[in-house]
Design a protein around this ligand. Structure first.
Ligand code: NCD
Length: 323
């Protein structure tokens, strides 16, 4: 069984760069250990002494929609023996009465949970506030900025299915401009030694040219697919386009950027197709591609629990028993 060497714990996780190389190594190894143990025994109690987490509570605050991220944090906490309390329908919170998000945070912090997991829009005030929090905070996605835990899930899945991340050619397809997943993956996958390519309509290409300067741009999806070992497909984030005219229709998008049976034939036989979810069937990805054996979208969801259990263990400084 893997022996996990514990690294120093990070105080908050808002961006990938909050994690040291030792933290990254710890997280990928611990997630693998948790997954293996869960398959073997159906629980993590042989890895984590339940006495450690007795009485712990994690507060979730989701100010934007979510299915897999929120559910996987709740399941991850449950597997570690940690209770959760969740605030997500903000129409039924005091924000509907005019309370600000900062004041909502302050209120939740006063309840002294052991940790806060939050998804919110991109507000400078919130960032500064979260950074100075005395309670550890994990970002579950902040506006278009970053989504560090999803990038960790993606890196873990690449390592699991392709054997390594270093040297892997990862093609990101779609709405890169509005994707916090792409921004975190840019930082994480490059740190882990992957090569990145992008195929996106001009209006949805990354705006931060400097940050994306070493990434190969593909104007043809077919060329990108032939180059790639991993395809990471992204949803077109229409809810973030409201003030911009993106200059093309969804039918045009589908014609040029959809992953389907035809272009999957150009993809290597041992390649993997990923999507952070939610995947919109027929728009960015066709049904046949979702059913292709190289598609590991559901594996990503499953890995979300193991990776988030590892992240929570790191943040709460839990002792992992060597098995
Ligand atoms: C994404 C998100 O919310 O950033 N999904 C996720 O958390 N797994 C991607 C999206 O909304 O398109």
């Amino acid at each position: 069984m893997n022996q996990v060497t514990k690294s120093s714990s990070a105080s908050s996780l808002l961006y990938i760069d909050d994690l040291s190389s030792a933290n990254l190594d710890y997280l990928l190894k611990t997630a693998a250990l948790f997954k293996k143990e869960f398959y073997k025994t159906g629980s993590l109690i042989h890895c984590i002494n339940p006495e450690q987490t007795k009485g712990m509570v994690v507060q979730l605050l989701f100010a934007e929609p979510s299915t897999r991220t929120r559910a996987s944090f709740e399941v991850a906490c449950g597997k570690l023996g940690i209770a959760t309390t969740s605030l997500w329908n903000l129409h039924f919170s005091s924000m509907a009465k005019g309370e600000t998000l900062e004041d909502t945070f302050q209120c939740l912090m006063a309840l002294k949970p052991n940790m806060i997991v939050c998804r919110c829009g991109e507000l400078k005030a919130i960032e500064v506030f979260l950074h100075s929090s005395s309670i550890p905070v994990i970002s579950a996605g902040m506006g278009t900025k970053e989504h560090p835990t999803q990038a960790l899930v993606d890196a873990f899945t690449i390592q699991e299915k392709r054997g390594k991340v270093e040297g892997e050619k990862v093609l990101i397809v779609g709405d890169v401009l509005h994707s916090r997943v792409a921004n975190s993956n840019l930082r994480l996958l490059i740190r882990l030694g992957a090569q990145l390519g992008v195929c996106a309509p001009e209006a949805l290409s990354p705006a931060d040219k400097q940050a994306w300067k070493d990434v190969i741009r593909f104007s043809s999806l077919e060329e990108g697919i032939k180059w790639a070992d991993v395809i990471m497909c992204l949803r077109v984030q229409r809810e973030r386009h409201s003030l911009r005219n993106i200059g093309f229709s969804m039918a045009e998008y589908r014609d040029h950027y959809r992953i389907d049976q035809e272009n999957m034939q150009m993809f290597r036989s041992d390649g993997i197709l990923l999507h952070p979810g939610p995947a919109v069937r027929g728009v960015e990805i066709a049904n046949q591609a979702l059913n292709d054996p190289r598609c590991h979208i559901i594996t990503q969801v499953e890995n979300g629990t193991h990776v988030r259990s590892a992240i929570i263990s790191l943040m709460l400084n839990l002792e992992i028993k060597s098995l």
